[in-house]
Every structure is written in structure tokens, then in C-alpha cells.
Write a protein that binds this ligand. Sequence first.
Ligand code: M6R
Length: 611
Amino acid sequence: MCGIVGYVGKQQAAPILLDGLAKLEYRGYDSAGIAVENGEGIHVVKAQGKLMVLREKVSHTTLSGTIGIGHTRWATHGAPSDVNSHPHLSGDGAVAVVHNGIIENYQQIKEELLAKGYVFHSETDSETVAHLLDDFLKQGYDFLESVFLMLDRIEGAYALEMICRQEPGTIIAARKNCPLVVGKGEGENYLASDVPALLHHTRDVYFLEDGEVAVVTAQQIHLFNHDRQEVHRDLFHVEWSVDAAEKGGYDHFMIKEIHEQPRIVEELFNHRVDLEKGDIRMEGIELTKETLEKLSRIYVVACGTAYHAGLYGKYLMEKICRIPVVADVASEFRYKAPILDEHTLVIVVSQSGETADTLEALRIAKRHHARVLAIVNTVGSSIAREADDVFYILAGPEISVASTKAFTAQALSLAMICCHMALELGRMTKEEFRTICQDWSAMPRQISELLKQSAIEEALAKKYAQSKNVFYIGRGLDYLVSMESSLKLKEIAYLHSEAYAAGELKHGPIAMIEDETLVIAMLTQKALYEKTLSNIKEVKARGAKVIAITMAGDTEAKKTVEDVIEIPQSSWMMAPLLANVTTQLFAYYVARELGTDIDQPRNLAKSVTVE
Ligand code: M6R
């Protein structure tokens, strides 16, 4: 996710801003920039690439001034480039803005501003904020009122910092669903999207709440709520070490990223679902009835966790769209003889967008004239650049090697694409789509509920961490999610585990079940519930200890198994993704119990760019 810093005081702002951005590098970024105000105007320097490129550029300028804002960008709208980097200036340079998050309704506002004569230089949603703010200032409102009026217009998620020529010496900041912290110094004040950027200057901070606006000068910090009323709050004294602060107070990036899932699901939903139209916003991706009817098949190709998300997508597309879908791991696909032609759609899924096998699969598909749709997290990555179409999952940078939030966002993205295809093909009614949307919109709250009860997974992890063999079983979507759950346990806890289709156990693997073998059984699919319950009884009869992951209100499973993890009531499509959050937590706590290197497990790399 992007990083934001701000400074107002008596020292030169540029070096403080650059140092602050360096402290936020761990968040991931592809470009950076700063804006400094010196009474004569606002001066911006920005550059694609790492901070050293920006530092170099700054060193060739005389960027003097004691107030400024800075930003590291992780691209979402528009490729990484100098022009798309922040800060963004309004037309005549009266306003500079840095933004973290997504402005959902920027297109509409942009069109209005274009009609008023504003000229846009970047492809970003964020530039809209600069021009909109400028528009209110030009109408005669003061800086603060203009900010409030601008905030009334924009929808989406944001942490914003703004400076303006008309009121030099003031930074105004606002937040909704993206973090923002104001640090209090002596005759100087600081802003940042995260505490680590402030710790070298101050440990006294205000954490901005959603909907709040901060007006920050060298001497004062005033906080206002959404209704323009001043808010009085005590300063919070941060005790965290720098390392803990980078992880937002969590012990590891993995658990931090697990906790980001409610927000990510909500953002993805808001960004992609057009409730009025009853469809998914495909942003130019042409999957029309005509294109889809000409398709002979779809391949879904990916590696590891992304492959498991692909399996989830395949299941949905076949069941709902009735199109044949082949899912394959990229390292196999590239050496097979897949049937590829202009009537084939190849969907590649990759968090990093740099996985060598997936990239090669994409190239093979293109050489055979298949159309390639990439489902990617990292904007501007090789896979995103080379694919015909890209559907971004908007999960923000994933730092932990074990993929968690990306899986949820990939699976949901595939579900969204599936719904769009089904609507186009007339295999889903608008009514059915709206019912699915209701389930999606409940997910952030349901995931939050699961996260609040994580003491359950923590206790189970303590109880079962010494297991020698673990089996994850399930049927239908539960089986596919079992594979992902099993991978998570293997990669971070180094525990031997296998995922099996519950009905397949008796064809061999049940021979492995003995006293104390741990079996984690998923029971979220109502239509397959009784069948899986029978399989649970089979392993119980052979001495296994069983944890059942089942929906709230299920009294049956409790009679049979040792332990139960309940997930909120949900539909067949969404419930497995909720179950997966519980197994992410379980794997995390087992690994913690066993003392492994959770964020950097042995032998693994975050991005596998070699074959
Ligand atoms: O960046 P990608 O999504 O292409 O990465 C694919 C796999 O390497 C990745 O999902 C890997 O399996 C994760 N470490 C699993 O947690």
C-alpha cells in the first residue's frame, strides 16, 4: 500500500520527507515523490523507481521550504511512471495532494472537471482530488471548507494530505479506511500513514479515525469529525519498537495481512460491483456474450496459492457458466500440449505478476493466439504488462511469503468474473447476482467476526502443534480450500499435511490414519454435508482426532468430533473462503507455537522468478 508523510515546522522539509518515506519502504512501492512549499509556490519532484532515484533528482534541485508532503506509490490506477506518481498538482499549481486508497467515483468527477476546463496529466484517480479541491478554492471557500466539500463528493477509501498556496504553512489531512497518523513535535509536526516514519521524531501521536480531518501547522494540530466539529483527544504515546511498528503492532506481516482481509474484501467489492447496473465493472475487459459464445474452453493457469484460487474459479465457472474449464499448475501447463487457439481464453493468476512459470504459460498461450486475461495484484508487473487484459485484485502489497489476503482477493475476483460471464451468457439473473452481492457485502463483517474469535485457533494450535501428520478433507469447494489450507500449514509450520477429497480417503490415504492423526474437516457445503460427516466418522473410527470447520448452528458435527471451529452462516460460494481464514489463523498459530520463521519460511521466496 502507498506510504504518506508530511512535515511542517522550522527545518528544511525535503530531507525529513525523504527519510520518512525510507521508513515506509517495507510497505512496497514503485515510485515516489515530494512537494515542498516555500511561500513562493509549491515545488514537486517525483520519480518512478526506488527512493534513490528520487533522492538523486532532489539533489539536483533547490527544493527549499519548511512544509511539505511526500508519497511512495504502489500503483492501482495507471502504470508506475513519473507522471502517475504523487504528489499531484492542480492545474495552476495552487494545490498539491498525496493519496493512499481508491477514489471509486473518480471517473464521474473527472468528467465534470474536464467539462470545466481542467486538464488531467496522469491516469490516476488521485489527481481528481487536486483539481476538485482547486475548484472549491476558486469558488472562494477557504482551505478547510474546500477540503470538506471535496470529501463530501468523493467515495471510496483514502488517506489524503493536501497543501495549498493560498494558506501556506498548513497541511490538511483526511482519512477513510486507510491509516493516517499525526505526530506532535515541539514547534514542528509530522504526518505519516504509519508510525515507523515518525518514531525518529516523536512518539506522541494522534491516530486519525475514519471520517476525521486534521489541520496541522507548525504550532497546532486540530482534529475535526465528518460533521466539521472539532474533536478533542489525548495524545497516544507509542511504545512500539521500529520493527513492531512496521507490522502495525502485529508480531508478523502474515498476521497483519490476515487482518487486512475485511478491508480488502470491502474495497474490492466497492470497486468492482455496480449494484445499480447489476454487474461487475470490468473496466474495458471484453467478455461479451459474443466473445464467450465463441469460446471452446478456458484454461486457468497459476502456481501455489494462486493455483488454488484458480481451482475455486474453475469450479464456479463450470457450475454457473457451464463452460469447460481446465485448471493447471503453470509448471505443468508449459510442458504439456494444451489445446490453444483463438477460441481459448487463458486466465493466469499471480499475486506478484512475476512468477516465471506463469509468465511462460502466458507467453505460450499468446504464441498460440489464445486470449490471456491476467488476475494480478502488482500493477505494472511483467504478467500485467504482457496479458491482453488485466483484472487487478487490489489487495495491496503482500510482504509475508505465505499468501493470505491475495488468495481471498484472487478467489473473489474469479467469482466476480464468473458472475459477469454468467450474466452475459444469460445463465444468471440480475436477481441471483444481487443475492450473491448481499453475501459478498456481508463478508468483511463476517471475516472480522472470525478474527475476533482467533483465540479458538490459537488454543487449537497449542493442542495440536506436535501432530506428525495432518489431513485436510472436504468435498466440492471445501476440498479446494483444503488444498490451500494444507499448503499454508506446510510452508510456514513445516508440518507434513495433505489435502484429500473426503470421498477419496478410502481409496488409499485412510491407511495412514492412526491414533492421534489430526484431521481437519471442512463442512461448509450443505449439499455434501452428510457425505463428509460419514467420512469424518470413518477416520474417527481409526483413531483420528478431528477438528470440524462448520457453519454456526450445526449441532450434528459437535457430537462426533473433538473440536469445532464455527464460521458465520454463509452461502456455498462464500463459506469456504471464510473457512480458509480460520485455517490461515490455525497455520499461523501452529507456526508460532513451533517457533518457525513465519514471514520468511525456509527454502521459500516471495516471488519465484526462476523456473
Ligand atoms: O506471485 P504468485 O501468485 O504468482 O505466486 C505463486 C506462488 O509462488 C505463491 O502463491 C506461493 O505458493 C505462496 N508462497 C503460497 O503461500
